[in-house]
Design a protein around this ligand. Sequence first.
Ligand code: ADP
Ligand code: MG
Length: 380
Amino acid sequence: MSDLSAAFEATYGAAPAGVWAAPGRVNLIGEHTDYNGGFVLPMAIPYAARAAVRPRTDGVLRFFSEQGDGEVTSVAVDSLAPGSVPGWAQYPAGVVWALREAGHDVGGADVYLSSDVPGGAGLSSSAALECVIAIAYRDLHGLGLDATELALLAQRAENAFVGVPCGMMDQMASTSCEEGAALFLDTRDMSSRQVPLELVGQGLRLLVIDTRVKHDLGDGAYAELRAGCERAAALLGLAALRELSLDGLPGALDQLPAELRPLVHHVVTENRRVERAVEHLTAGELAELGPILTAGHASLRDDYRVSCPETDLAVSAAVEAGALGARMTGGGFGGSVLALVRAEALEQVAAAVTTAFTAAGYAEPRTFAATPAAGAHRIS
Ligand code: ADP
Ligand code: MG
Protein backbone atom coordinates (compact mmCIF):
# COMPACT_ATOMS: atom_id res chain seq x y z
CA MET A 1 0.00 0.00 0.00
CA SER A 2 1.25 3.47 -0.84
CA ASP A 3 2.23 6.18 1.60
CA LEU A 4 -1.24 7.59 2.00
CA SER A 5 -0.27 11.12 3.00
CA ALA A 6 2.03 11.47 -0.01
CA ALA A 7 -0.59 10.00 -2.33
CA PHE A 8 -3.19 12.38 -0.90
CA GLU A 9 -0.92 15.35 -1.52
CA ALA A 10 -0.16 14.23 -5.06
CA THR A 11 -3.89 13.96 -5.77
CA TYR A 12 -5.25 17.05 -3.97
CA GLY A 13 -2.24 19.37 -3.79
CA ALA A 14 -2.03 19.76 -0.01
CA ALA A 15 -1.30 17.56 3.04
CA PRO A 16 -4.18 15.70 4.73
CA ALA A 17 -5.38 16.69 8.21
CA GLY A 18 -4.97 13.07 9.34
CA VAL A 19 -5.02 9.40 8.40
CA TRP A 20 -7.40 6.80 9.84
CA ALA A 21 -7.90 3.03 9.55
CA ALA A 22 -10.91 0.74 9.98
CA PRO A 23 -10.59 -3.06 9.67
CA GLY A 24 -12.58 -5.79 8.00
CA ARG A 25 -13.82 -8.69 10.13
CA VAL A 26 -14.54 -12.36 10.36
CA ASN A 27 -17.43 -13.60 12.46
CA LEU A 28 -16.38 -16.54 14.63
CA ILE A 29 -19.94 -17.72 15.18
CA GLY A 30 -23.46 -16.22 15.12
CA GLU A 31 -24.49 -16.05 11.46
CA HIS A 32 -27.81 -14.59 10.31
CA THR A 33 -28.58 -13.75 13.93
CA ASP A 34 -27.91 -10.00 13.81
CA TYR A 35 -31.24 -9.14 12.17
CA ASN A 36 -33.03 -11.40 14.65
CA GLY A 37 -31.93 -9.49 17.75
CA GLY A 38 -29.44 -12.28 18.51
CA PHE A 39 -25.78 -12.77 19.38
CA VAL A 40 -22.69 -12.46 17.20
CA LEU A 41 -18.98 -12.93 17.91
CA PRO A 42 -16.84 -11.18 15.29
CA MET A 43 -13.17 -10.22 15.44
CA ALA A 44 -11.33 -7.61 13.38
CA ILE A 45 -8.80 -8.94 10.87
CA PRO A 46 -5.41 -7.34 10.22
CA TYR A 47 -6.64 -5.88 6.91
CA ALA A 48 -8.15 -2.42 6.87
CA ALA A 49 -9.45 0.48 4.83
CA ARG A 50 -7.27 3.57 5.32
CA ALA A 51 -8.31 7.13 4.60
CA ALA A 52 -6.33 10.35 4.40
CA VAL A 53 -8.79 13.23 4.85
CA ARG A 54 -8.76 17.02 4.73
CA PRO A 55 -11.95 18.98 5.43
CA ARG A 56 -13.15 21.53 2.87
CA THR A 57 -15.16 24.65 3.59
CA ASP A 58 -16.97 24.93 0.24
CA GLY A 59 -19.38 22.01 0.70
CA VAL A 60 -17.66 19.80 -1.88
CA LEU A 61 -16.89 16.17 -1.19
CA ARG A 62 -14.17 14.46 -3.24
CA PHE A 63 -13.28 10.76 -3.05
CA PHE A 64 -10.49 8.77 -4.65
CA SER A 65 -9.83 5.07 -3.97
CA GLU A 66 -6.80 3.07 -5.07
CA GLN A 67 -9.21 0.16 -5.52
CA GLY A 68 -11.89 2.29 -7.20
CA ASP A 69 -12.45 3.35 -10.80
CA GLY A 70 -9.37 5.56 -11.20
CA GLU A 71 -11.47 8.73 -11.03
CA VAL A 72 -11.99 11.38 -8.38
CA THR A 73 -15.70 11.40 -7.55
CA SER A 74 -16.88 14.91 -6.74
CA VAL A 75 -20.26 15.72 -5.20
CA ALA A 76 -21.83 18.66 -3.31
CA VAL A 77 -22.82 17.68 0.23
CA ASP A 78 -26.09 19.62 -0.14
CA SER A 79 -27.11 17.41 -3.04
CA LEU A 80 -26.47 14.09 -1.25
CA ALA A 81 -29.52 11.84 -1.41
CA PRO A 82 -29.98 8.07 -1.81
CA GLY A 83 -29.33 7.24 -5.46
CA SER A 84 -27.42 10.47 -6.14
CA VAL A 85 -23.90 8.98 -6.09
CA PRO A 86 -22.94 6.26 -8.56
CA GLY A 87 -20.56 3.35 -8.00
CA TRP A 88 -18.31 2.57 -5.06
CA ALA A 89 -18.23 6.17 -3.76
CA GLN A 90 -21.78 5.75 -2.46
CA TYR A 91 -20.38 3.87 0.55
CA PRO A 92 -18.24 6.74 1.90
CA ALA A 93 -20.65 9.42 0.63
CA GLY A 94 -23.49 7.62 2.43
CA VAL A 95 -21.73 8.10 5.74
CA VAL A 96 -21.49 11.87 5.26
CA TRP A 97 -25.18 11.84 4.29
CA ALA A 98 -26.08 9.80 7.40
CA LEU A 99 -24.13 12.16 9.66
CA ARG A 100 -25.95 15.18 8.21
CA GLU A 101 -29.32 13.39 8.39
CA ALA A 102 -28.62 12.78 12.08
CA GLY A 103 -28.21 16.54 12.54
CA HIS A 104 -24.42 16.80 12.62
CA ASP A 105 -23.13 20.00 11.08
CA VAL A 106 -20.47 18.51 8.80
CA GLY A 107 -19.41 19.63 5.35
CA GLY A 108 -17.18 18.53 2.52
CA ALA A 109 -13.72 16.99 2.45
CA ASP A 110 -11.03 15.61 0.20
CA VAL A 111 -10.63 11.88 0.83
CA TYR A 112 -7.96 9.47 -0.44
CA LEU A 113 -8.71 5.80 0.29
CA SER A 114 -6.81 2.55 0.10
CA SER A 115 -7.92 -0.81 1.47
CA ASP A 116 -6.35 -4.24 1.67
CA VAL A 117 -9.59 -5.89 2.83
CA PRO A 118 -10.47 -8.29 -0.02
CA GLY A 119 -13.70 -7.00 -1.57
CA GLY A 120 -16.84 -9.13 -1.83
CA ALA A 121 -15.19 -11.97 0.14
CA GLY A 122 -17.52 -11.77 3.13
CA LEU A 123 -14.82 -9.91 5.08
CA SER A 124 -16.72 -6.60 5.18
CA SER A 125 -14.70 -4.37 2.90
CA SER A 126 -17.83 -2.22 2.65
CA ALA A 127 -18.13 -1.68 6.42
CA ALA A 128 -14.40 -0.89 6.62
CA LEU A 129 -14.86 1.80 3.98
CA GLU A 130 -17.85 3.30 5.79
CA CYS A 131 -16.34 3.15 9.26
CA VAL A 132 -13.06 4.79 8.28
CA ILE A 133 -15.02 7.80 7.01
CA ALA A 134 -17.22 7.83 10.11
CA ILE A 135 -14.28 7.90 12.51
CA ALA A 136 -12.35 10.47 10.46
CA TYR A 137 -15.37 12.81 10.46
CA ARG A 138 -15.90 12.25 14.18
CA ASP A 139 -12.33 13.28 14.96
CA LEU A 140 -12.13 16.16 12.47
CA HIS A 141 -15.42 17.68 13.65
CA GLY A 142 -15.18 16.78 17.36
CA LEU A 143 -18.49 14.93 17.15
CA GLY A 144 -18.14 12.99 20.41
CA LEU A 145 -19.76 9.86 18.98
CA ASP A 146 -18.87 6.51 20.55
CA ALA A 147 -18.03 3.32 18.65
CA THR A 148 -21.65 2.09 18.73
CA GLU A 149 -23.04 5.39 17.46
CA LEU A 150 -20.48 5.45 14.65
CA ALA A 151 -21.40 1.89 13.68
CA LEU A 152 -25.12 2.67 13.59
CA LEU A 153 -24.51 5.69 11.35
CA ALA A 154 -22.36 3.57 9.02
CA GLN A 155 -25.06 0.88 8.95
CA ARG A 156 -27.67 3.53 8.14
CA ALA A 157 -25.47 4.65 5.23
CA GLU A 158 -25.36 1.11 3.85
CA ASN A 159 -29.08 0.43 4.45
CA ALA A 160 -30.63 3.71 3.36
CA PHE A 161 -28.06 5.30 1.03
CA VAL A 162 -26.48 2.30 -0.70
CA GLY A 163 -29.64 0.20 -0.33
CA VAL A 164 -28.15 -2.97 1.20
CA PRO A 165 -30.35 -4.32 4.02
CA CYS A 166 -27.43 -5.49 6.22
CA GLY A 167 -27.54 -5.91 9.99
CA MET A 168 -25.18 -3.95 12.23
CA MET A 169 -22.57 -6.62 12.98
CA ASP A 170 -20.04 -5.62 10.31
CA GLN A 171 -19.94 -1.98 11.32
CA MET A 172 -19.89 -2.77 15.04
CA ALA A 173 -16.96 -5.12 14.52
CA SER A 174 -15.06 -2.51 12.51
CA THR A 175 -15.52 0.27 15.08
CA SER A 176 -15.50 -1.71 18.36
CA CYS A 177 -13.15 -4.69 18.13
CA GLU A 178 -9.95 -4.74 20.15
CA GLU A 179 -6.64 -6.44 19.45
CA GLY A 180 -6.43 -9.96 20.94
CA ALA A 181 -10.17 -10.23 21.50
CA ALA A 182 -13.47 -11.13 19.89
CA LEU A 183 -16.51 -8.89 20.33
CA PHE A 184 -19.51 -10.58 21.99
CA LEU A 185 -22.35 -8.41 20.77
CA ASP A 186 -25.99 -8.62 21.76
CA THR A 187 -27.78 -7.06 18.80
CA ARG A 188 -31.03 -6.62 20.77
CA ASP A 189 -29.64 -3.74 22.80
CA MET A 190 -26.16 -3.33 21.22
CA SER A 191 -24.46 -4.17 24.51
CA SER A 192 -21.08 -5.76 23.96
CA ARG A 193 -18.15 -7.29 25.76
CA GLN A 194 -14.57 -8.07 24.70
CA VAL A 195 -13.80 -11.78 24.99
CA PRO A 196 -10.08 -12.67 25.09
CA LEU A 197 -8.93 -14.71 22.11
CA GLU A 198 -5.33 -15.68 22.84
CA LEU A 199 -4.91 -17.96 19.85
CA VAL A 200 -1.14 -17.86 19.60
CA GLY A 201 -0.62 -18.57 23.31
CA GLN A 202 -2.60 -21.77 22.91
CA GLY A 203 -0.78 -22.86 19.76
CA LEU A 204 -3.82 -22.17 17.58
CA ARG A 205 -4.47 -20.25 14.41
CA LEU A 206 -7.55 -19.11 12.54
CA LEU A 207 -7.19 -19.87 8.87
CA VAL A 208 -9.36 -17.73 6.59
CA ILE A 209 -10.09 -19.27 3.20
CA ASP A 210 -11.48 -16.81 0.65
CA THR A 211 -13.17 -19.10 -1.87
CA ARG A 212 -13.23 -16.25 -4.42
CA VAL A 213 -16.77 -17.13 -5.42
CA LYS A 214 -19.86 -15.03 -4.91
CA HIS A 215 -23.05 -16.52 -6.29
CA ASP A 216 -25.56 -13.99 -7.57
CA LEU A 217 -28.59 -15.48 -5.84
CA GLY A 218 -27.23 -14.09 -2.54
CA ASP A 219 -28.87 -10.67 -2.64
CA GLY A 220 -32.45 -11.81 -3.18
CA ALA A 221 -32.04 -14.76 -0.85
CA TYR A 222 -30.87 -12.54 2.00
CA ALA A 223 -34.01 -10.41 1.84
CA GLU A 224 -36.20 -13.52 1.64
CA LEU A 225 -34.53 -15.19 4.61
CA ARG A 226 -34.83 -12.04 6.62
CA ALA A 227 -38.52 -11.73 5.76
CA GLY A 228 -39.02 -15.41 6.68
CA CYS A 229 -37.53 -14.83 10.12
CA GLU A 230 -39.72 -11.78 10.67
CA ARG A 231 -42.82 -13.73 9.60
CA ALA A 232 -41.95 -16.59 11.97
CA ALA A 233 -41.44 -14.18 14.87
CA ALA A 234 -44.79 -12.52 14.13
CA LEU A 235 -46.59 -15.90 13.98
CA LEU A 236 -45.07 -16.77 17.36
CA GLY A 237 -46.05 -13.40 18.83
CA LEU A 238 -42.42 -12.44 19.41
CA ALA A 239 -40.65 -9.15 18.75
CA ALA A 240 -37.75 -11.12 17.25
CA LEU A 241 -36.61 -14.77 17.06
CA ARG A 242 -34.00 -13.93 19.69
CA GLU A 243 -36.80 -14.14 22.30
CA LEU A 244 -37.20 -17.86 21.65
CA SER A 245 -35.12 -20.13 23.92
CA LEU A 246 -33.69 -23.53 23.08
CA ASP A 247 -36.19 -25.10 25.52
CA GLY A 248 -39.08 -23.37 23.80
CA LEU A 249 -37.92 -24.41 20.34
CA PRO A 250 -39.79 -27.75 19.87
CA GLY A 251 -43.13 -26.22 20.90
CA ALA A 252 -42.57 -23.21 18.67
CA LEU A 253 -41.69 -25.34 15.64
CA ASP A 254 -45.02 -27.16 16.00
CA GLN A 255 -46.84 -23.85 15.51
CA LEU A 256 -45.05 -22.88 12.31
CA PRO A 257 -45.52 -23.76 8.65
CA ALA A 258 -42.95 -26.31 7.41
CA GLU A 259 -40.98 -23.82 5.32
CA LEU A 260 -40.21 -21.57 8.30
CA ARG A 261 -39.14 -24.31 10.73
CA PRO A 262 -35.54 -24.74 9.54
CA LEU A 263 -34.97 -20.97 9.67
CA VAL A 264 -36.13 -20.79 13.26
CA HIS A 265 -34.16 -23.91 14.17
CA HIS A 266 -30.98 -22.33 12.82
CA VAL A 267 -31.42 -18.97 14.55
CA VAL A 268 -32.22 -20.45 17.96
CA THR A 269 -29.45 -23.07 17.91
CA GLU A 270 -26.98 -20.52 16.49
CA ASN A 271 -27.62 -18.10 19.35
CA ARG A 272 -26.89 -20.94 21.75
CA ARG A 273 -23.69 -21.75 19.86
CA VAL A 274 -22.51 -18.17 20.35
CA GLU A 275 -23.17 -18.39 24.09
CA ARG A 276 -21.29 -21.69 24.31
CA ALA A 277 -18.38 -20.28 22.34
CA VAL A 278 -18.17 -17.31 24.71
CA GLU A 279 -18.25 -19.64 27.73
CA HIS A 280 -15.34 -21.66 26.32
CA LEU A 281 -13.29 -18.62 25.31
CA THR A 282 -13.83 -17.04 28.72
CA ALA A 283 -12.61 -20.28 30.33
CA GLY A 284 -9.54 -20.25 28.05
CA GLU A 285 -10.70 -23.44 26.29
CA LEU A 286 -10.09 -22.19 22.78
CA ALA A 287 -9.87 -25.59 21.09
CA GLU A 288 -13.50 -26.22 22.17
CA LEU A 289 -14.51 -23.64 19.58
CA GLY A 290 -13.72 -26.17 16.83
CA PRO A 291 -16.79 -28.44 17.07
CA ILE A 292 -19.02 -25.39 17.55
CA LEU A 293 -17.80 -23.98 14.23
CA THR A 294 -18.46 -27.23 12.39
CA ALA A 295 -21.94 -27.56 13.94
CA GLY A 296 -22.64 -23.97 12.89
CA HIS A 297 -21.69 -24.80 9.32
CA ALA A 298 -23.99 -27.83 9.24
CA SER A 299 -26.85 -25.61 10.42
CA LEU A 300 -26.16 -23.00 7.73
CA ARG A 301 -25.89 -25.73 5.09
CA ASP A 302 -28.86 -27.90 6.07
CA ASP A 303 -31.29 -25.56 7.88
CA TYR A 304 -30.59 -22.08 6.57
CA ARG A 305 -29.36 -23.30 3.18
CA VAL A 306 -26.93 -20.47 2.50
CA SER A 307 -23.78 -22.51 1.90
CA CYS A 308 -22.67 -23.58 -1.58
CA PRO A 309 -20.51 -26.38 -3.02
CA GLU A 310 -17.33 -24.30 -2.70
CA THR A 311 -17.78 -23.41 0.98
CA ASP A 312 -18.94 -26.95 1.79
CA LEU A 313 -15.80 -28.34 0.12
CA ALA A 314 -13.50 -25.89 1.95
CA VAL A 315 -15.05 -26.94 5.28
CA SER A 316 -14.88 -30.69 4.65
CA ALA A 317 -11.34 -30.54 3.21
CA ALA A 318 -10.12 -28.45 6.16
CA VAL A 319 -11.65 -30.78 8.75
CA GLU A 320 -10.35 -33.89 6.96
CA ALA A 321 -6.86 -32.35 6.91
CA GLY A 322 -6.91 -31.89 10.68
CA ALA A 323 -8.70 -28.59 11.40
CA LEU A 324 -10.41 -28.61 14.81
CA GLY A 325 -13.48 -27.14 13.14
CA ALA A 326 -14.54 -24.97 10.21
CA ARG A 327 -17.50 -23.04 8.87
CA MET A 328 -18.53 -20.55 6.25
CA THR A 329 -18.54 -17.00 7.57
CA GLY A 330 -20.56 -14.05 6.29
CA GLY A 331 -23.93 -14.09 4.58
CA GLY A 332 -23.24 -17.14 2.42
CA PHE A 333 -23.47 -18.21 -1.25
CA GLY A 334 -19.69 -18.05 -1.44
CA GLY A 335 -17.32 -15.75 0.40
CA SER A 336 -14.96 -17.00 3.05
CA VAL A 337 -14.53 -20.03 5.30
CA LEU A 338 -12.95 -19.93 8.73
CA ALA A 339 -11.01 -22.92 10.14
CA LEU A 340 -9.55 -23.33 13.62
CA VAL A 341 -6.27 -25.19 13.33
CA ARG A 342 -3.28 -26.07 15.47
CA ALA A 343 -0.30 -23.91 14.48
CA GLU A 344 1.69 -26.87 13.22
CA ALA A 345 -1.18 -27.95 10.93
CA LEU A 346 -1.73 -24.53 9.34
CA GLU A 347 0.21 -25.15 6.13
CA GLN A 348 -1.13 -28.66 5.71
CA VAL A 349 -4.77 -27.57 6.07
CA ALA A 350 -4.33 -24.65 3.66
CA ALA A 351 -2.62 -26.93 1.13
CA ALA A 352 -5.34 -29.59 1.46
CA VAL A 353 -8.08 -27.06 0.72
CA THR A 354 -6.17 -25.72 -2.29
CA THR A 355 -5.64 -29.27 -3.60
CA ALA A 356 -9.33 -30.11 -3.15
CA PHE A 357 -10.32 -26.94 -5.02
CA THR A 358 -8.00 -27.74 -7.91
CA ALA A 359 -9.34 -31.29 -8.10
CA ALA A 360 -12.91 -29.95 -8.21
CA GLY A 361 -12.01 -27.50 -10.99
CA TYR A 362 -12.52 -24.39 -8.80
CA ALA A 363 -10.29 -21.30 -8.85
CA GLU A 364 -7.45 -21.33 -6.34
CA PRO A 365 -8.64 -20.00 -2.96
CA ARG A 366 -6.79 -17.23 -1.14
CA THR A 367 -5.78 -18.26 2.38
CA PHE A 368 -4.37 -16.29 5.31
CA ALA A 369 -4.01 -16.74 9.07
CA ALA A 370 -5.90 -14.03 10.95
CA THR A 371 -5.12 -12.72 14.40
CA PRO A 372 -7.67 -10.51 16.18
CA ALA A 373 -6.77 -6.93 15.28
CA ALA A 374 -7.70 -3.46 16.56
CA GLY A 375 -10.90 -1.66 15.58
CA ALA A 376 -11.09 1.71 13.82
CA HIS A 377 -8.50 4.24 14.97
CA ARG A 378 -6.46 7.27 13.95
CA ILE A 379 -3.02 6.48 12.49
CA SER A 380 -1.56 9.98 12.17
P1 ADP B 1 -17.89 -7.19 1.45
O1 ADP B 1 -18.32 -6.11 2.38
O2 ADP B 1 -18.17 -8.54 1.97
O3 ADP B 1 -16.47 -7.05 1.03
P2 ADP B 1 -19.82 -5.92 -0.25
O4 ADP B 1 -20.47 -6.33 -1.52
O5 ADP B 1 -20.67 -5.59 0.91
O6 ADP B 1 -18.75 -7.05 0.13
O7 ADP B 1 -18.90 -4.65 -0.52
C1 ADP B 1 -18.01 -4.62 -1.62
C2 ADP B 1 -18.14 -3.29 -2.32
O8 ADP B 1 -17.61 -2.23 -1.49
C3 ADP B 1 -17.33 -3.20 -3.58
O9 ADP B 1 -18.07 -3.68 -4.69
C4 ADP B 1 -17.07 -1.70 -3.71
O10 ADP B 1 -18.19 -1.04 -4.27
C5 ADP B 1 -16.96 -1.26 -2.27
N1 ADP B 1 -15.57 -1.21 -1.81
C6 ADP B 1 -14.99 -1.91 -0.81
N2 ADP B 1 -13.70 -1.56 -0.65
C7 ADP B 1 -13.45 -0.61 -1.58
C8 ADP B 1 -12.29 0.18 -1.92
N3 ADP B 1 -11.12 0.05 -1.29
N4 ADP B 1 -12.42 1.08 -2.93
C9 ADP B 1 -13.58 1.23 -3.57
N5 ADP B 1 -14.68 0.53 -3.29
C10 ADP B 1 -14.64 -0.38 -2.33
MG1 MG C 1 -20.32 -5.70 2.97
